[in-house]
Design a protein around this ligand. Structure first.
Ligand code: SF4
Length: 351
């Protein structure tokens, strides 16, 4: 597998950082003509972007940006479950070569890593950032400048990692950056724990949604993600809305994503993630050609040691059965790296 988020963190520098070597191949799939105008630019031309930013900023006064619906006034310095201030806290930003190949291409995915999180899972691989909020508080102007720098470095997109609690800042920064020449599509790289009303503000702004689908069972979501028993139902609705907004994956002639939905699902030990249910749900609710990344890189991190059922990595058999379910239920657009991992495991077994 490629670099993980942990590798990203390990290698990155605060506000700026190193550049990894690119992978040797990129995702191949349905090819469309290159789309050069990002969604937010069209919305700006229609005179609607400023209003969306105003609407989003208003939410800070009684924060309900996510399903936790804390109701705190972040403009006045109050903090809710995510502990995020009203200004974004950024851990790092730079071209990232560990994401899906269709985001990475030759020049990397322009990743901005936000601190704090509204989900706070016990197995979080980024806990110093997501749980403890390590990073540097920045202004929206600084965020806009980061976007422009990533574009100048040749990145193919602006990849916003854990964006939910700073969505208004992101919109504001995007408009500022647009005025300075930003033309890259936004990747909304989220845990999936999103409110429908909030996603509707993003309609016509975000080109690429990349949600996780972590679990299919309410009890497990509550147990491992700080009481978020509504995670499966909320996230299912969110993903359907994301698909309505951006649809199936569109890539350019170089194999780079221009627009569309990319779902990530991390296989967990002892079937904790409910992978079979997840695959079945995708097939029953979305096109079979929906891009899905079945991820094998679960590692025991943070407080996962306290939960025996998730206190080990996954076995080869657990990953292979997950991939078997994708075949049985008929998913047709799997991430190439997950397919390569499956093939490698089969090859090793047959040796
Ligand atoms: S974004 Fe943070 S403060 Fe706002 S509702 Fe969610 S957890 Fe609460």
């Amino acid at each position: 597998m490629g670099f993980t988020r942990r590798d990203f963190i390990k290698n990155s520098l605060l506000i700026g950082g190193s550049i990894f070597l690119p992978p040797t191949s990129i995702h191949a799939g349905q090819k469309k003509e290159e789309k050069r105008v990002p969604a937010y630019e069209k919305l700006e031309r229609e005179g609607k972007l400023a209003q969306r930013i105003k609407e989003a900023y208003g939410i800070f006064e009684r924060c309900h940006l996510c399903p936790r619906r804390c109701g705190v006034n972040r403009q006045k310095g109050e903090k809710g479950f995510c502990r995020a201030p009203v200004r974004p806290v950024v851990f790092g930003y730079h071209p990232h070569f560990g994401e899906e190949m269709a985001l990475v291409g030759q020049n990397g995915s322009g990743t901005i890593f936000f601190s704090n999180c509204n989900l706070r899972c016990v197995f979080c691989q980024n806990w110093p950032i997501s749980h403890e909020g390590r990073g540097k508080e920045v202004r929206d102007e600084d965020l806009a400048e980061m976007m422009i720098k990533l574009q100048k470095m040749g990145c193919h997109n602006i990849n916003l990692v854990t964006p939910t609690h700073v969505m208004p800042n992101i919109l504001n920064a995007t408009r500022m950056a647009l005025k300075k020449g930003l033309r890259l599509p936004l990747v909304y790289n989220t845990s999936g724990y999103e409110r429908l009303e909030i996603l509707k503000i993003l309609d016509g702004i975000v080109d690429i949604y990349m949600p996780d689908m972590k679990y299919m069972d309410a009890d497990r979501a509550a147990k491992y993600s700080a009481g978020a028993s509504d995670y499966p139902e909320v996230t299912k609705k969110a993903i359907i809305e994301m698909n309505r907004q951006v649809g199936q994956l569109q890539i350019d002639q170089q194999g780079i994503v221009l627009r569309g939905l990319m779902i990530r699902h991390l296989v967990m030990p002892n079937r904790v993630a409910g992978t079979e249910k997840f695959v079945k749900w995708v097939v029953e609710n979305l096109p079979k050609s929906t891009y899905v990344n079945i991820m094998a890189q679960y590692r025991v991190e943070y407080k996962a040691f306290d939960y025996p059922e998730i206190a080990r990595g996954i076995t080869v058999q657990e990953f292979l059965e997950a991939m078997e379910w994708t075949k049985r239920y008929g998913l047709t657009n799997l991430d190439p790296q997950s397919v390569a991992t499956r093939n490698l495991y089969y090859h090793r077994r047959s040796e």
